[in-house]
Design a binder for this molecule. Sequence first.
Ligand SMILES: Nc1ncnc2c1ncn2[C@@H]1O[C@H](COP(=O)(O)OP(=O)(O)O)[C@@H](O)[C@H]1O
Ligand SMILES: [Mg+2]
Length: 364
Amino acid sequence: MLLKQYKEAIESSNIVSKTDINGIITFVNDEFCKISGYSRDELVGVNHNIVRHPDVPSSKFEELWDTILSKKTFKATVQNLAKDGSTFYVNTTVVPILDEKGSIVEFIAIRYDVTKEVELRLENEQKQKLLFLQSRQASLGQMIANIAHQWKQPLTELSLTLFNLKKSFSNKEEFENYYYESKEIVQNMSKIIEDFMNFFKPAREKEYFLLHKAVDDALKILSKVLKEENIDINFQYDNIEFLGISNELSQVIINLIQNAKDAFKQNNIKNKQINISIREVDANISIELKDNAGGIDKNIIEHIFEPYFTTKHSSVGTGLGLFVASMIVEQSFGGKLFVNSAGNTTTFMILLSLPHKKGCKCCR
Ligand SMILES: Nc1ncnc2c1ncn2[C@@H]1O[C@H](COP(=O)(O)OP(=O)(O)O)[C@@H](O)[C@H]1O
Ligand SMILES: [Mg+2]
């Protein structure tokens, strides 16, 4: 009697089916018919893979069968196909039912519908991918502009040297000097390209790198601009190794420095200063960038990490820089990006947790 009530309680609130040991359906409840779009007659007696979705790899099914045939319960979110070709997602628990000798008699699957939740998650992931792509395109554009900028001077030098080379045609020694000079300029130009290219290679494997190296790389990429804009950088650091992708951290630092640079310009600051520090504090690492570029207004500071939020003209800002920076810090480094503005200064802080050492207290 009690058992019957349990059964009714489960069946009225869940999607339930039973199969024999070969996966042939022996029972479905109304909820199963409703979500799959099949009638009971169409389901009972056929293989359960009638609702199998073609996008689910067969390894998933091997895992399912391995689990339940070894008399264990299987739990997963499964993508299924309804009769009308639509997709639904169900949180699934498959329990093997054993007889008194311990042999499997049948399988009961209890599920509930999570289609809405999964679709929302997939949609968000899609959106984020698009934002990353857009921001990557924006920074690629910036990089190309930077290369073009850094090439201007050597190109002028090169055409001058080539002109001299032509003039010195009859003087072997002079001719050779100009030749080597040209060669050096070309080498320098290809070095510039290489620096940028290395930087833009798609992310590789995580490896241990020195945090301050990533900052140095960012400063190197920006060296020309920093010099031209007279921005003074003061960089102090502890030697800390971290597991991750160095370029991604450089990318974050570049975004933060670019923003300070824009603010210096916008606010017409004379004595431009950026203090950068990397410190180990308790079990955390803080990477701080503090500028005196005018500060951020109270009314906008809570929005600056939102995608497309910008106070700049569309030719200067995309509003994606800080969004992407915070995503990288969270997803790639498991950390968090904070901002604080007081008076005319702005401080961005990347907070990371220190990697655990072998045999450390909390891991024992
Ligand atoms: N160091 C800073 N000083 C002043 N304002 C800043 C600073 N960094 C960011 N901001 C503000 O945050 C906004 C969003 O920055 P970001 O996401 O990088 O987009 P974008 O630089 O394309 O505008 C900027 O438009 C600016 O108003
Ligand atoms: Mg920016």
